[in-house]
Design a protein around this ligand. Structure first.
Ligand code: URA
Length: 425
């Protein structure tokens, strides 16, 4: 006999009551096993959307999701393990230079990543634009690569928090994705199951982010850091601005090229700044006394990148794919760029073929957008501001429609905004 009734628990949450730990553990397990129906879990997700979960409920909810799957273990590694998670943004290629940089500083970086969905890109899609590179590794391969190279970026296996996979798919079709406790438990169940000793969260706010408002992003960061710490993972979050795309490229191969520029000691200032800010936090959590800026300048991070890519079959000598067609978006007026909207540029890049609308869709490695100017730049009417890349030129019209709200040109330079706005932890 069931110890709890799903209907009673839904009613309790709907009416604003606190759910007991044991009831939450039962509900998550029973849902994963198929004893609690999708429609009941949908109702519960909606009740949580409106009523929330307090800190104790959230910790129980997250622990119950972790308990539905396996936990990775890195025993036998001589280096401290530290991981990074970004809540997702446009042009966010930071994992690519960051993982080898932090490994070159002396930590082991197991970076289990995802694919693009919607307007934000996915790290695995970016790396798959490198000929031969393989995203799927076994647990033994991950461990061996962490020992030999210090960094691995690969697909998260289906065995980590399977409850989240089922629940996330349900939230996606029931209007319940945008709930801070459900997002926090979804992200942290996977990250805690990944088993690193330390975790740095890059929580983004702004037009191209999951959380548009700074206050909501801060609340998400606070709850994720508390969950990590309660589970014995040292966690810190940086709140970072995602109103403008990061760097000068959006799209898979375009972003890999830019990440390699950063590893070679160049690259756009904002990408370098965020890479070093996150690396600084990761190195500190790992207890290492190393300056990531010096390590980046020494070229050692580039050496780790090369070994990391080759270890997964990537051909470092093969040229990165290029799209067959390009088009330009030009300035409608003369003046100073006051806004380059991350969401509009993300959507346009996705429509050009860099992202996917459904999980089954394939992505074009060469598709995307290059930014030829940044906010604060003075431009003249007719000057090219964005270069669009695609293999499917019929996509230009839809991309251009998304771009119609992307660029604002004014008379005065916009106020300079910090990229890293706050730190929680
Ligand atoms: N990413 C996740 O993994 N889960 C969410 O709920 C939102 C973003």
């Amino acid at each position: 006999m069931n110890p709890y009734s799903a209907v009673e628990l839904i009613r309790a949450k709907r009416d604003g009551h606190t759910l007991p730990d044991a009831a939450i553990a039962w509900l998550i397990r029973a849902y994963t096993d198929g004893q609690v129906a999708d429609e009941q879990m949908s109702a519960m997700a909606m009740a949580i959307f409106f009523r929330g979960l307090d800190d104790t409920e959230l910790a129980s909810w997250t622990a119950a999701m972790i308990d539905t799957g396996e936990r990775m273990s890195y025993t036998g590694l001589r280096r401290p393990t530290v991981d990074k998670h970004s809540t997702g943004g446009v042009g966010d290629k930071i994992t690519l230079p960051l993982a080898p940089l932090v490994a070159a500083c002396g930590a082991a970086v197991p970076q289990l990543s995802g694919r693009a969905l919607g307007h934000t890109g996915g790290t695995l899609d970016k790396l798959e634009s490198i000929k031969g590179w393989r995203a799927s590794l076994t647990g033994a391969e991950i461990l061996a690569q962490l020992k030999d190279v210090g960094a691995v970026v690969c697909a998260a296996g289906a065995g980590l928090a399977p409850a989240d996979q089922k629940l996330y798919a349900l939230r996606d079709v029931t209007g319940t994705v945008e709930s801070i406790p459900l997002i926090a438990s979804s992200i942290m169940s996977k990250k805690i199951a990944e088993g690193a000793d330390g975790l740095v969260l890059d929580v983004k706010f702004g037009s191209g982010a999951f959380m548009q408002g700074l206050d909501e992003a801060r609340e998400l960061a606070r709850r994720m850091v508390a969950l990590g710490q309660a589970a014995g993972v040292q966690a810190v979050a940086l709140l970072t601005d995602m109103n403008t795309p990061l760097g000068l490229t959006v799209g898979n191969a375009l972003e890999v090229r830019e990440a390699i520029e950063v590893l070679a000691g160049g690259g756009p200032a904002d990408v370098v700044e965020l890479t070093l800010a996150l690396a600084g936090e990761m190195v500190q959590l790992a207890g290492l006394d190393t300056d990531p800026a010096k390590v980046l300048a020494s070229g050692r991070a580039m050496d780790v990148w090369r070994r990391m890519i080759s270890a997964q079959g990537g051909d470092l000598d093969a040229a990165l794919p290029k799209a067959r067609h390009t088009d330009e978006w030009t300035a409608a007026a003369s003046g100073i760029i006051t806004c380059l909207d991350a969401m509009a540029i993300g959507v346009a890049s996705w429509r050009l073929g860099a992202g996917r609308a459904r999980k089954e869709d394939t992505v074009q490695a060469g598709a995307g957008i290059e930014l030829l100017a940044r906010p604060g730049d003075r431009v003249r009417a007719g000057q090219p501001l964005l270069r669009l890349h695609t293999n499917t030129p019929e996509a230009f019209a839809a991309a251009r429609e998304a771009l119609s709200v992307a660029v604002t040109i004014g008379d005065r330079a916009p106020a300079t905004r910090p990229l890293v706005v706050d730190r929680i932890g």
